[in-house]
Design a protein around this ligand. Structure first.
Ligand SMILES: Cc1cc2nc3c(=O)[nH]c(=O)nc-3n(C[C@H](O)[C@H](O)[C@H](O)COP(=O)(O)OP(=O)(O)OC[C@H]3O[C@@H](n4cnc5c(N)ncnc54)[C@H](O)[C@@H]3O)c2cc1C
Length: 487
């Protein structure tokens, strides 16, 4: 194996994925190292899926600049890479005269950040656009450029396209050492002993970017995890809101939102609480109470009895509170760290910034004439039926009868969709869930999990007892039931 690369990327979240896709346009060798079983298993899997317009961020910060630039890229990217994205728009709702004044401040911020087409809406217009909002609303700030995206499929799509353009992906490889190699290169070593060298190393390790920087001897920042709990509601109440509903923000977060998702169900959250541990992903009764009190103030018909599941994500907040993007004292070692919200939105612009830095630092970038810009999306039969695109459904079934066999009854996911996800390299239950939605509905996998496992077994030859939720150590079947493990 040739272990020499032009660029090594540490971390397969949305930032590492966007950098990989951006650099795969050029005639260079790139590798992506991810410690987990699959990409998108860090913060990039547990967020609100909003492509923010950019009026929250303080003008002059990297967050402000890259959010607005990143937002603009989503129309082109979603067309090229066929991941679900919709420009639904957002309303920031005000419930007092004081809040109306604050809306003006955010309008001004947005204007300075170059957010397009924002406007103030009267009470009547606000309620006409979102009839389920509390009638006590006094008015709102409308930002039509806000979007919603499927965060995992976005990340998977970026990696899939980079792979078809030559990326080498190493999953389950945790980087533990970074040092100067021969000449101008940097050497990276993983826990399992894999050694790769690159002219450049991009540190996109999310919550652990401070530790990776320390391993390289350039750790001059800390990452604090800031937890956000989110609650997903039953598909039955999907029509509660059409647009993203923001409250007037708090000093540390955008506040508690009511969020439509591209898959249909509405989500409520996220909270923002600094926590000690980078693995503290539990949801709490206090979080639930606080989130619903706030959400019900904006949309009174939201009910806790409609919750079907909850999750938490950890924002990687760096010293200084802004993104940390740029070269370091170690030649060739470049940070893309502290990418808290709006990191998902900013990912395309962060990738372009990294490309610019690499060029400045001397990397020769020559366009690949045979670059493949298009990635075929996964066909979601539920979506085709909702769109009344019955020709698409019929054509699919004609080619593969598996598109007629329902596996997940809550979310209407078919056997062929799950097989397709497995064929694309997603072989854990979580990855299948993220890619296809099987197991995300009301019964939370009670009906389909064993069926999904059988499809993974059939497609990969992996014995059932080795099939896991998210990689080794999270196998679904208890060991005593596995052959030869009774004693
Ligand atoms: C609750 C919540 C809601 C949010 N909502 C939004 C939103 O609506 N819109 C928005 O724009 N942003 C949002 N964000 C922010 C967004 O999710 C993040 O900015 C983004 O996902 C960060 O991506 P990343 O690639 O830097 O980090 P991650 O996704 O965490 O990726 C880092 C990767 O590095 C890997 N890694 C770590 N250490 C090593 C190592 N030593 N070796 C190899 N691999 C390693 C990890 O396993 C991980 O996969 C939200 C965040 C949270 C928590």
């Amino acid at each position: 194996m040739n272990n020499e690369y032009d660029v090594l990327i540490i971390g397969g979240g949305v930032i590492g994925a966007a950098v990989a896709r951006e650099l795969s346009h050029y005639k260079i060798r790139i590798a992506l190292l991810e410690k987990e079983f699959d990409v998108s298993f860090g913060t990039s899997k547990s967020n609100s899926g909003i492509v923010h317009a950019g009026f929250h961020s303080m003008p002059g910060t990297l967050q402000a600049e890259l959010c607005v630039e990143g937002n603009r890229a989503f129309d082109r990217l979603s067309e090229e890479l066929e991941f679900p994205f919709e420009r639904r728009g957002s309303l920031m709702a005000a419930f007092s005269e004081e809040e109306i004044q604050i809306l003006h401040m955010y309008y001004e911020r947005g204007r300075k950040n170059n957010v397009p087409y924002m406007e103030f809406l009267s009470q009547d217009k606000t309620l006409e656009m979102e009839p389920n909002l509390n009638p006590d609303v006094l008015g709102s700030l409308f930002a039509p450029s806000t979007g919603i995206v499927c965060p995992y499929e976005f990340c998977y799509a970026l990696v899939e396209d980079a792979l078809q353009n030559g990326l080498d992906l190493f999953t389950q490889e945790k980087v533990v050492g970074v040092r100067r190699g021969s000449a101008r290169s940097v050497e990276v070593e993983t826990e399992k002993g894999l050694r790769l060298s690159g002219w450049f190393v991009i540190n996109a390790a999310g919550l652990y970017a401070d530790e990776v920087a320390k391993a390289a001897g350039v750790g001059d920042f800390e990452i604090t995890p800031r937890k956000g709990e989110e609650y997903l509601l039953d598909r039955r109440v999907s029509n509660l809101v059409r647009r993203v509903i923001y409250p007037v923000p708090t000093p540390t977060s955008k506040g508690l939102l009511v969020i439509p998702t591209v898959d249909g169900p509405v989500m409520v959250g996220p909270s923002a609480v600094d926590v000690e541990s980078k693995t503290d992903l539990g949801t709490t009764s206090q979080g639930l109470k606080m989130i619903f009190e706030h959400a019900q103030k904006m949309v009174p018909s939201i009910r806790t009895s409609d919750i079907i599941t909850s999750f938490a994500g950890l924002r990687p907040v760096a010293t200084g509170d802004d993104f940390i993007i740029g070269p370091t004292k170690m030649k060739g070692f470049i940070n893309a760290a502290g990418i808290q919200s709006p990191g998902l939105t900013s990912a395309p612009a962060i990738a372009e910034t990294i490309r610019g830095i690499l060029l400045k630092e001397g990397l020769k970038l020559e366009i690949k004439p045979d670059f493949i810009a298009r990635r075929r999306g996964i066909l979601h039969i539920r979506k085709a039926v909702e769109d009344r695109d019955f020709d698409k459904v019929e054509d699919a079934i004609h080619i593969d009868s598996g598109y007629a066999k329902l596996v997940c009854r809550c979310e209407n996911v078919t056997e062929a969709e799950i097989s397709e996800a497995v064929k694309r390299g997603h072989t854990s239950m979580d990855a299948i869930k993220f890619m296809t939605r099987a197991g995300t509905g009301r019964c939370q996998g009670g009906f389909c999990s064993s069926r999904v496992m059988k499809i993974i077994e059939k497609e990969t030859g992996t014995p059932l007892e080795k099939i896991s939720k998210k990689g080794p150590g999270s196998e679904i079947l208890l060991l005593p039931f596995a052959k030869g493990k009774q004693d």
